[in-house]
Ligand binder design. Structure first.
Ligand SMILES: CCCCCCCCCCCCCCCCCCCC(=O)SCCNC(=O)CCNC(=O)[C@H](O)C(C)(C)COP(=O)(O)OP(=O)(O)OC[C@H]1O[C@@H](n2cnc3c(N)ncnc32)[C@H](O)[C@@H]1OP(=O)(O)O
Ligand code: NDP
Length: 515
């Protein structure tokens, strides 16, 4: 019997960010392993014209939740969606709902955040700092609360090279920032933002660091733990391999590469690609929830959910395997044949951007214009290159995260829990994982049918022929121009032609002799 699963049975669990990538997998695993939990409260806002109910209905009827329904057929009854906007005062939760949350909640998983790298400082502080403080305040008024789990990121201290499982202080107190945002206007905030974030690469990682500090300062006598995942990727094993549902992190780049838009990346091939499967993060999170509630550590423990020091993979290996998978299971209607060129050199990177990205986009847009269609490739390419440049910081560096707490927890689990809540990435086979990942991107993000693979392969062959034809034509044009202008080029040309002629004559003569 799993002790972790038993712990969550009969519990009322509050999840923020349950409609997000990590939140959905967390909810699924909880329902599948502890089907007799009492209720999962999820704080949700209406979005994209959908009501709360429509959003929940769509999530629970998605492929991700198919397996869970076999063990928990009444899954809809276990979820109680509560209207909430985390950027508002008191989260805009109604009095009745708030009362219910305060009196019933046993466990909190705080996953909600804005993960955009370029969000405004005001919004990112509201979500990643102020909302965390507000939730901690709510938690302190919950008599039945046993544990509060805060999801942060391994990059909250990415301005350091070696990162321990401790909360590092930020140069400016979060409270001072929260207070000043109340009276400063937006223009001034954006002006001071770069000065505040100092050597953090973006607003996201900076505000996640502030969020951790808030957790430390406002923890009162709460039983809290922090999880710090690195780059969260598709599922490894559960509920099935390769599940993924948004374009964040590597996902968008895999699409851009598979469709042949992105063929070079400013990346350090030997740098560690610290990906961690989302189900691994979820298993660790649930195990930490159990351990923190049952063992009540004296201080707030931080757990790194990273792969680098257990089972390192670098960007070169990842790129090669991603490309190999595109060969086997290509994406449909690619713009060009997929290719992956990783370079850490600024000059080479500029060259590849001009030759491999911008020039083909401009040529294609000319073709669209000539055929009476609206040009769109340059705009799309600019968007992709902007995204790639935003991620560059993370693919050109390696970090060392210590994992003492995570390893300690692994050794505390029973063999059954180690199996059901496996977060040991030493067992992960990268080649297999990446193949399933790319397949998952094709199936669940691009919604492409596997039956289209032969046609996709044919299309790639056609692209290869076009590529050869184009290169040959280009070579001939350049050569012709050179010959017209330079005596030296003409001499080389006559030398090659006479050499070929002699070779052919010799070949013909010797084959005649044999006969
Ligand atoms: C050369 C061959 C390569 C072979 C492939 C090998 C794979 C290597 C992958 C390497 C990836 C490394 C990733 C490192 C990530 C580090 C993460 C740190 C860990 C965290 O805690 S962060 C959590 C993750 N957060 C994010 O990833 C958010 C990043 N996104 C943003 O901040 C913004 O989207 C961005 C990039 C600033 C763009 O903003 P904006 O210009 O305003 O555009 P939109 O957001 O509105 O989106 C417009 C359009 O682009 C699509 N989109 C969004 N994100 C991506 C993406 N990552 N890749 C591709 N496309 C993306 C979006 O869906 C929109 O499309 P529409 O069709 O709706 O217009
Ligand atoms: N993905 C990654 O690579 C990594 C993620 N993390 C951390 O993991 C956690 C989850 O990330 P992930 O699932 O990827 O992110 P997503 O962007 O997929 O999910 C974010 C969640 O937060 C919710 N949310 C955002 N703003 C509000 C708001 N104003 N009111 C209510 N809910 C809101 C979103 O709701 P809605 O659906 O309505 O937008 C969504 O459910 C975050 O804390 C992130 O920092 C850490 C390391 C890496």
């Amino acid at each position: 019997m799993s002790m972790i699963a038993a712990f969550y049975s009969g519990k009322s669990i509050l999840i923020t960010g349950a409609t997000g990538f990590l939140g959905k997998v967390l909810m699924e695993k909880l329902l599948r392993t502890s089907p007799d939990l009492k209720v999962i409260y999820i704080l949700v806002r209406p979005k994209a014209g959908q009501t709360l109910q429509q959003r929940i209905f769509q999530i629970l009827n998605s492929k991700l939740f198919e397996k869970v329904k076999e063990v928990c057929p009444n899954v809809h009854e276990k979820i109680r969606a509560i209207y909430a906007d985390l950027s508002q005062n008191d989260f805009a939760i109604s009095k009745e709902d708030m009362q219910e949350l305060l009196s019933c909640t046993n466990v909190i998983f705080h996953c909600a955040a804005t993960v955009r790298f370029d969000d405004t400082l005001r919004h990112a502080v509201q979500l990643n700092v102020t909302a965390t403080r507000q939730l901690l305040l709510m938690a302190s008024q919950m008599p039945k609360l046993e544990v509060f789990i805060h999801i942060s990121t391994a990059y909250s201290n990415c301005n350091l090279k070696h990162i321990d499982e401790v909360i590092y202080p930020c140069p400016v107190e979060p409270k001072k920032i929260i207070d000043s945002l109340e009276w400063l206007d937006d223009a001034i905030i954006e002006e001071i933002a770069p000065k505040l974030i100092r050597d953090w690469p973006n607003i996201y990682t900076y505000t996640k660091a502030l969020g951790e500090m808030v957790v430390q300062q406002e923890s009162r006598n709460l039983n809290i733990a922090i999880i710090r995942p690195s780059i969260v990727g598709a599922t490894w094993q559960e509920p099935f391999p390769g599940w993924v549902d948004n374009v964040n992190g590597p996902n968008g780049l895999i699409i851009a590469a598979g469709k042949g838009f992105l063929r070079a990346l400013k990346a350090t091939p030997k740098a560690v690609a610290d990906l961690i499967p989302v189900d691994t993060v979820v298993n660790l999170t649930l195990a930490v929830g159990w351990y923190t509630a049952v063992h009540r550590p004296k201080s707030t423990l931080v757990y790194h959910s990273t792969s680098g020091n257990f089972n390192p993979c670098n960007w070169h290996k990842m790129g090669v395997q991603v490309l190999a998978t595109f060969e086997k299971i290509p994406f449909e209607r690619a713009f060009r044949r997929p290719y992956a060129n990783f370079t850490s050199n600024n000059f080479t990177s500029l060259y590849w951007n001009a030759v491999s990205h911008r020039a083909p986009a401009i040529i294609y847009d000319c073709y669209l214009r000539l055929t009476g269609r609206k040009p769109r490739m340059t705009k799309l390419m600019n968007q992709i290159l902007r995204t790639a440049s935003m991620l560059e910081y993370f693919i050109n560096r390696s970090w060392e995260w210590s994992t003492y707490n995570t390893e300690m927890l692994m050794s505390e689990l029973s063999p059954e829990d180690q199996r059901v809540f496996n977060f040991d990435v030493r067992q992960l086979n990268w080649l297999e994982y990446i193949e399933n990942y790319v397949l998952g991107v094709k199936k669940y993000l691009l919604k492409e049918d596997m039956a289209g693979i032969p046609e996709a392969k044919q299309h790639l062959k056609r692209l290869r022929n076009i590529h050869y034809l184009f290169n040959t034509a280009l070579f001939l044009i350049v050569w012709r121009l050179l010959i017209a202008r330079s005596q030296m080029a003409r001499n080389v040309w006559f030398f090659i032609v006479s050499f070929c002629y002699k070779f052919l004559s010799y070949f013909r003569a010797s084959s005649t002799l044999k006969v």
